[in-house]
Write a protein that binds this ligand. Sequence first.
Ligand SMILES: [Zn+2]
Length: 277
Amino acid sequence: MHGQPRNRLFSLNFRQLPSLALLIGLLAAPSPALAWGAEGHEIVAALALRELTPAARGQVVRLLGSEAMMIHDANWADEIKDQRRDTGVWHYVDIPLAASGYDRRRDCVRGDCVVAQIEYDTRLLTDRGANPQARAEALRFLIHFVADVHQPLHAVDNGDRGGNDVHVSIGRERATLHKVWDVDVVQELGFDTGRTAEGLERGLTPAQRKAWAKGTPSAWADEAHVIAREQIYPAVGGRRSLRLPRDYSAREVAITRVQLAKAGVRLAWLMNRFLNG
Ligand SMILES: [Zn+2]
């Protein structure tokens, strides 16, 4: 289908393939519509994996089965949405476009948002007495949600479901603004997610690591919200249907590159603190 992520074989490193059955499962899996595409999540997980301490890597192996499963499971939270409908709202937070930032009482009633879920999952991971299956699930959610909270359109709402109701055309392609940011802009980085993650990680400076490896899920949501408000929505101008320039994704990829790198650094930072042996 036009505009969908290409054959996922290209984004997998064969070292990471546990079995042919898994490969077939991956090829058959539907592509997620409401989250960073599969590529975005794989990049964040692969980058974080490179930054983990030996102790945290050991915990990944214990909880998920192998280090490679951290990347494979990065999209698990999207794959279960149909079976576990209550989890759908956990992937984003609807901070109103005009708001100055996240407000738990307004934006996260009953903990049904990505900010509260990251907090919940990190708490569960620190509880060594918790059921191992519950901890494994919390880790899978955490890997996914730390990436989602860095997708600017997962931290904003303008009465348009985070850009899902903003219809755009780019050349001959018809899409939604949300999908363009989930998938198209990420694909500007190429389809070899392992290589992209390696490149992003190698390009990290000590100053970036220091500046990014801190904060809270609500501060990260605020950061994403500012990007949406100041750098993405001005071009929309309140419209529900618009044409974007053909080079839109190429122009915007710098934002996504930084957001994916931040997400990877922060995921590793959380895991190194909460899975430390
Ligand atoms: Zn998601």
